[in-house]
Ligand binder design. Structure first.
Ligand code: SF4
Length: 71
């Protein structure tokens, strides 16, 4: 599954790191970043394992500024 994350609009609530720590971590500026990604424009693009879909969905649905998208 594909993950898109618009890091520059992150408000640093850390919910995504709590829900999906294998994918998200908080950086030194207090913003969430994917562990592994390719930067394309404003988005970090990453890949998620199917087994992690529930955790990634919780991160995407819980993000208060709606900047995480999974499909
Ligand atoms: S849930 Fe959204 S706002 Fe909160 S740290 Fe993650 S990306 Fe940033």
């Amino acid at each position: 599954m594909k993950i898109r994350h618009k890091k520059n609009e992150c408000i640093g609530c850390a919910l995504c790191e709590q829900e999906a720590p294998e994918y998200f971590t908080m950086d030194e500026e207090g913003m969430a970043t994917l562990h592994k990604f390719t930067q394309i424009g404003v988005f970090q693009h990453g890949q998620g394992l199917e087994i992690d879909r529930p955790a990634l969905k919780r991160a995407a649905e819980g993000c208060p500024v709606n900047i995480i998208h999974v499909d």
